[in-house]
Write a protein that binds this ligand. Sequence first.
Ligand code: HEC
Ligand code: HEC
Length: 422
Amino acid sequence: MKKLNLPLLLHLSLCVISLFFSCSKDSTSITIIQPAMDSLVNNYNLKTLGAIPYPPNNPPIQERIALGRLLFYDPILGGEKNIACATCHHPNFAFADLRQFGAGTSGIGLGPDRILSVSNISGEPIQLEPRNSPTIFNTAFNADESGQPSHMGFQFLDGRVNGLEEQAKKTITSRVEMAGDAYTAEAALDSVVARLQAIPEYVSRFREAFIQEAIQFPNETIINGDTYGRAIAAFERELVTRNSPYDHYVKGNQDALTQVQKKGLELFFTKAKCGSCHNGPMFSDFRFIVNGVPQEGNGKEIIPGEDTGREEHTEDPIDRFAFRTLTLRNVALTAPYMHDGVFETLEEVIRFYNDGAQPRHPDIADMDLDPVLVEPLGLSDEEIFSIVEFMNALTDPGTALPIHLLSVPEEVPSGMPPIFGS
Ligand code: HEC
Ligand code: HEC
């Protein structure tokens, strides 16, 4: 018997099926194929998030994502075993904490209600974090120096780390954030790894999540700084929210935005000049910009009481007070705003820009400020309102994500309560 040409047959039958469907489709599908859309999409080069940029050695393996999730909620990562990543990046708060400043080790309560205390080990007070906790949503798309989303994208507001894998190793070293007085910053990663190696469930889960590496690293040695960072990053990288009204609009649903939001969008890219920094799929160019935000909080290392931004990492005074342009995706869910949470509402943020970056940090003169920001914008109250409305359209709290990526696990391998102290 003559051999059937299977691929051809399959192709032909698919054509027939698709023909049938396109004939029977209702009128909504016609608007999707039409190339002509609101001119706003083309005029302002509006973009949605593309494919997640994965590092070659960290593809989305289900066992690894599940392991990263458990680590993210496990207080075993805290020096004093009383804080988890999720304390400050909680799914109920859009993976941020809704506080002006993060409250780490030894606190009690969650989000705005969390109260700080003293170290369980030394009895010394634990201060607030010097910075506002950003959301983890869409950090997979943080860009690198090229401005393009990258698995080596900048993390932290001074960009001192590239890539989620590296970032996960840093957090556990900070005294106020997670380490407490249990160990020095230098000893933190080894100490956390040793703790994880002593928990049989983690050993077996790491072995399942890193099958290729398992030959090289027998037994508990499969848990090391490298696999620890990759597991947490694998979880975080899936926290992508591409289902906002804005995204639907760009994909062709002209009714996804209200008239007021469309007006706000136009202003955002024209008179209000927001789009000169907040652009691309993340509404951020990932540059480091002096935008003059006044300083609140404890500050960081270089000048006591101040946070000098990018300079904290580069130690180059040319970078003084420059902060990474922040994403505006889900910004409506993550008040308060700016690196030090100095503004409580989006309206307050726009009024700051509208007044030529006022109230301004007293040490930042007009000539130090990014030139785009010096002149007041002259926006009316109505225009300010419409820009707020537009930013609201960038909201998607993960509506298309599988539910387990948004929920707190019932238990974690250390046996401690997930997000201890909440
Ligand atoms: C006590 C609160 C707190 C805890 C606990 C915490 N973070 Fe954060 N996180 C912050 C703050 C504050 C920043 C911003 C710091 C900066 O820019 O210097 C941040 C920044 C980040 C960023 C960078 C986001 C961006 O866009 O720049 C990631 C990713 C992140 N944290 C992940 C984690 C992981 C993973 C853990 C656990 C291993 C963790 N965090 C634990 C408060 C916290
Ligand atoms: C010259 C570049 C630039 C322009 C123009 C600009 N921004 Fe920003 N924006 C930034 C930077 C940088 C930050 C972070 C500053 C910080 O944290 O201190 C920021 C932060 C924000 C935040 C806070 C986000 C958060 O999660 O805390 C909002 C909201 C915001 N900008 C909205 C706007 C709007 C609306 C406009 C137009 C009216 C605008 N921006 C114009 C650079 C810019």
